[in-house]
Write a protein that binds this ligand. Structure first.
Ligand code: GAP
Length: 449
């Protein structure tokens, strides 16, 4: 594979409507990005593929969609108020503020002074006030991970579905972190989406389930078209583990800026349900949790053999949607030097546009009408967006659709009017073949099977 730079990916994203700097016309805000017409489709396709694999193709996971604004107590007992921070220090000379890893030779990167304050923790959670009075008495956090509302809904889901262990609750949604140094395009941002599964298991079976989910998630990324040689499993060192984790394996990906975390799979033991449960003292919780005086609900299940009630353990695969999108773009971006084109060789299920229907001549009513009928017919099949490309320049259309990753271009020409056939062009091979209209639906459905 010809290697590509982050700049090339950023440029394609802007040029073809995948990703834009947010608030751009007012100068932008660092660490925020907007998804354009192609980006929103790619992102939705990735999320849908995850949802399908978690909820529809399995029999042991339920989905939820919880609120973003989160009561402070949730994030107090989860440990985030105390521990979800990065150390920051100030330069006493020029008053600039830095993280420890930004320092150059233990000096301020701006003025080179060594006169620095000691590092102090800076909490990464965003706060907002609830209600009309902004006196700080009623505030909420914007959730820093989607996981916590899965734990707070544990009993609701259990009671409404009659699940028994092992089972999972999955959620896709926004998370917010006031990252001190957002960087590397959409890799580290302040507003992003997570695809998180909390899989509840019996204590003692947790190591086995942890391994199971590492394998399962690794293989899922391969199925999305990520090449093995750019993926690696990394066992997080004991002293680097998050406060809730007994063991974490990160799936690392070789991004254009270097090898970094794409997804983490953590064994969170009984920390979470143990932190949020009522009557903690009754359940022999193994994790070091804050004494909870506020929870109204016991987050426990019954052992069906010995009838004892206990707090389940949880295995958590947590993937970032933005990092997934960046990895997919990096994988798919292909420079086809022989044919002087850029191709986004995405797997068809992830392509923003499934097919482009192109009338050969823009102003020919008969061709355009036939193309419109075909577009509607393919759109109705419901496999994703089909587009009518009515700009008249067939060569330019092919190039554009190569760059946004459209696997099929269907051209309606004068032969279509005579003998009811169209040409289908394949994105990767550029080969074209003629197909009768009555075979098209079948061909299209088979292609995306
Ligand atoms: N619930 C566990 C959790 O949130 P995490 O390792 O902090 O764990 C999980 O985050 C995933 O979320 C990461 O693997 C990454 O893909 C994504 N992520 C975290 N912070 C991010 C950020 N600032 N920008 C983009 N994605 C981020």
């Amino acid at each position: 594979m010809v290697s590509k730079t982050m700049d090339e990916i950023v440029s394609l994203c802007k040029r073809r409507g995948f990703i834009f700097q947010s608030n751009d016309i007012y100068g932008g805000i660092k660490g925020l990005y907007d998804y354009g017409p192609m980006g929103v489709e790619l992102k939705n396709n990735l999320k849908q593929s995850w949802w399908k694999s978690m909820i529809y193709e399995r029999d042991d996971i339920e989905g939820i969609d919880a609120s973003i604004l989160t009561a402070p107590d949730v994030l107090k007992y989860s440990g985030h108020e105390d521990t979800f921070s990065d150390p920051l220090l100030d330069c006493k000379n020029c008053k600039s503020r830095w993280t420890v890893d930004q320092l150059v030779n233990h000096s301020c990167p701006n003025c080179k002074s060594k006169d620095l304050t000691d590092p102090r923790p800076f909490n990464l959670m965003f706060k907002t006030s609830i209600g009309p009075i902004e006196d700080g008495s009623t505030f909420a956090y914007l959730r820093p991970e989607t996981a916590q509302q899965i734990f707070t809904n544990f009993k609701n889901v259990l009671d409404s579905t009659n699940r028994i262990l092992p089972f999972g609750i999955a959620q896709i949604g926004k998370a917010f972190r006031n990252e001190i140094t957002p960087r590397n395009f959409i890799f580290r941002v302040r507003e992003f989406e997570q695809m998180e599964l909390e899989f509840f298991v019996e204590p003692g079976s947790d190591d086995e389930w942890h391994k199971y989910w590492v394998d399962s998630r690794y293989n899922w990324w391969l199925d999305q078209g990520i090449a093995k040689e750019r993926l690696e499993l990394y066992e997080v060192k004991k002293n680097e583990l998050s406060h809730y984790s007994k063991a974490t394996i990160d799936i690392m990906y070789n991004f254009p800026h270097g090898k970094e975390e794409l997804e983490g799979i953590a064994n969170r033991t009984d920390f979470d349900l143990g932190s949020h449960t009522k009557n903690q003292e009754d359940f022999n919780i193994s994790s070091n949790v804050i004494n909870n005086t506020k929870s109204t609900t016991k987050l426990i299940v019954q052992n069906l053999k010995n009838k004892n009630w206990f707090v389940p353990y949880v295995i958590e695969p947590s993937a970032g949607v933005e990092r997934g999108v960046l990895a997919l773009l990096n994988e798919a971006y292909t420079v086809d030097e022989k044919n002087s084109r850029i191709v986004l060789a995405l797997k068809p299920h992830l392509s923003p546009i499934k097919a482009a229907v192109i009338p050969l001549k823009r102003n020919n009513d008969e061709l355009v009408n036939q193309a419109k009928i075909l577009k509607r017919k393919l759109q109705k099949i419901g496999l994703g967006r089909v587009i009518l490309e009515n700009s008249g320049n067939i060569g330019k259309n092919y190039r554009r659709h190569d760059e946004i990753g459209t696997p099929l271009c269907i051209t309606v020409d004068f032969e279509t009017l005579e003998n009811k056939s169209v040409t289908i062009r394949d994105r990767d091979t550029m080969q074209q073949k003629r197909l009768n209209l009555d075979e098209l639906k079948n061909y299209y459905e088979k292609y995306f099977e």
